[in-house]
Design a binder for this molecule. Structure first.
Ligand SMILES: [Zn+2]
Length: 132
């Protein structure tokens, strides 16, 4: 039996809705599903942003469900893409000015960014549910 890894219609429509809510209309966001992400069974999603061409690629674990948790994962990855413009400034402009190894800079930055993206995605999904 083969497993269907195309993004289901509910996911694509949620993605369009959140692109509008997050004012990300200039981005072309592509969604793919995968059985395992980053060789980490706990990883639910990944995002790659290409700010120069306003392209975002999201990969979500194939068991994503149409519920608050699945929606939060989607919003989390969309926020990473939106944040990609800021990440790009950090990478191109600030990182070369810092006199420490790049992997350390990246990991410190990520440690600060992840809780921010995580709490923001949870808050946004909660607020959206409370909308009349
Ligand atoms: Zn993240």
């Amino acid at each position: 039996m083969s497993i269907d890894l195309t993004a289901p219609p509910w996911l694509l429509s949620k993605c369009s809705l959140w692109i509008e809510r997050l004012q990300m209309g200039e981005w072309d966001v592509q969604i793919k599903l995968a059985l395992v992400l980053n060789e980490d069974p706990e990883c639910r999603g990944t995002a790659e942003a290409y700010p120069d061409i306003s392209l975002g690629r999201i990969e979500l674990r194939a068991d994503i469900e149409d519920n608050a948790e699945g929606e939060t994962t989607l919003v989390h990855e969309l926020l990473h893409i939106k944040h990609g413009r800021i990440d790009d400034v950090i990478n191109r402009v600030l990182e070369p000015q810092i006199n420490v190894p790049t992997p350390m800079v990246k990991s410190v930055y990520r440690l600060a960014l992840e809780p921010f993206i995580d709490s923001l995605s949870k808050a946004l999904v909660k607020l959206a549910k409370e909308e009349p």
